[in-house]
Design a protein around this ligand. Sequence first.
Ligand SMILES: [Zn+2]
Length: 165
Amino acid sequence: MTNLTVSNNLVVGLEYTLRLDDGEVIDASDSNAPLEYLHGHGQLIPGLERELHGMSVGDKKTVTVAPEDGYGEYDEDAFEAVPLSAFPDGIELSPGLELHMRDSATGHIIQAFVAEVTDDTVILDLNHPLAGEALTFDVKIASLRKATQEELEHGHVHSEGGHHH
Ligand SMILES: [Zn+2]
């Protein structure tokens, strides 16, 4: 047995269920395959990662994360109008469609949702779909191990089938 506790640069196997305020379960780890992540590298939302720190294998906890420590408050101004002509032909643009675009300033991939389509303009909602939500996680630490040098250099876990370059 290991006496490791969750700390930076460990690979954590996490079983979790994610509920919203109204009790609706919106996400959960696969029962056969816990989520593996590299602790301390910003792979989880900050409010959850902080609460997991120091837990041991087998420990369980319920964590409620406020929007500011999760996916942010819902921003009424986080909408952007893009000319319809900027989209490739053949994309069926309808409200709710999820898009991934490269931010020209930072190079980061950003997620957006189509809010409205007019004759010549597409209105995009740049809020994360879980913005403004308090998130309750039931978590259990399933495994802990030291990360390999390669994983530390990449800042993510290399698990079987779980990672692509
Ligand atoms: Zn890698």
